[in-house]
Design a protein around this ligand. Structure first.
Ligand SMILES: Nc1ncnc2c1ncn2[C@@H]1O[C@H](COP(=O)(O)OP(=O)(O)O)[C@@H](O)[C@H]1O
Ligand SMILES: [Mg+2]
Length: 282
């Protein structure tokens, strides 16, 4: 009996958050380990379906680096990375589109729908809603892009229709050609275009760590710049932190970098007081 009462109390504790966040947009970047572990995958899909059922408006943006790498290996296509970005020639881009848009996206849509989530998958090609340009770098990165504009119309309509958008991070250039974009960047720009209450970036580590390995509960622009400059923040954490800051500077209420290896990380972040991971502030 005691256990049952405790369960009921957990529900009660969520009430103020459910009231406060009713109708609010939550953009969730789904990536890292949570994408490859079958149990965590299912648990994530259930969690986002639950968010929708309690009246929030979740929008998911997913990554897929490991899945793309695996397919390229199987096809015997060589790729290389420059500054953490995959050099994307035309052939590689076709694989990226296939794996992200066809594979990863539809699998996630299927799992969310299994729990009644009414998920609809799309990429920036749909209605050309993610406009992008090629990233300029010292070496030619090929079809690697950065978003220049997110036109939220199609997402707004899906949300108005009570659907749950699941977005693959592919943009279109001025000629209508596809561009491969970092998913954190897309999630940040989508959150800005939707004026989201919160942007949650799930990753495969506890949050942002200081040079001594300590987890930073909070991170502001000045500290982030210093940590990037001295190399403490490196690799994939750089775009994550940069675009988290970009989001808070441009109308997104809060941004959190959380550990996707923790079961129910998204629910814990939204419905409890103990913030988890790293909160990014201006
Ligand atoms: N200061 C830091 N704190 C935490 N992680 C860091 C830091 N600097 C670099 N990283 C690396 O960034 C990685 C997360 O980025 P990334 O590999 O792109 O994963 P994701 O799939 O979540 O985008 C971490 O696993 C870690 O190896
Ligand atoms: Mg990354």
């Amino acid at each position: 009996m005691k256990e049952l009462i405790e369960k009921a109390e957990v529900l009660q504790e969520a009430l103020p958050y459910i009231r406060r966040f009713r109708g609010s947009r939550f953009v969730i970047k789904y990536g890292g380990h949570a994408m490859v572990d079958a149990d965590l995958k299912r648990s994530f899909a259930r969690d986002v379906a639950l968010l929708r059922y309690v009246g929030l408006s979740p929008v998911v943006v997913h990554g897929g680096g490991p899945q793309i790498g695996e397919m390229l290996d199987r096809l015997g296509i060589q790729t290389r990375f420059v500054d953490g970005q995959r050099v994307t020639d035309e052939e590689t881009m076709r694989v990226v589109e296939m794996v992200l848009g066809g594979g990863v996206n539809q699998e996630l849509v299927g799992l969310i729908c299994e729990h009644g989530g009414r998920a609809v998958g799309l990429s920036g090609q749909d209605d050309r809603f993610i406009v992008a340009r090629r990233v300029e770098a010292a070496v030619d990165l090929g079809r690697v892009g950065e978003p220049t504009e997110v036109r939220p119309d199609v997402i707004e309509r899906l949300l108005a229709g009570d659907f749950l958008p699941v977005i693959a991070p592919i943009g279109v250039d001025a000629d209508g050609g596809p561009l491969n974009i970092n998913a954190d960047t897309v999630a940040s720009k989508v959150a800005q275009a939707l004026r989201a209450e919160k942007l949650i970036l799930m990753t495969d580590t506890a949050g942002v760590r200081a040079a001594d390995g300590r987890l930073l509960g909070s991170l502001d622009t000045a500290r982030a710049q210093a940590l990037i400059a001295d190399g403490t923040i490196s690799g994939g954490m750089i775009p994550k932190v940069r675009f988290a800051l970009d989001a808070v500077a441009n109308g997104v209420g809060k941004v959190h970098i959380v550990d996707g290896r923790t079961r129910h990380a998204v629910l814990l972040e939204i419905f409890t007081d103990q913030g988890i991971g790293t909160e990014v502030v201006e």
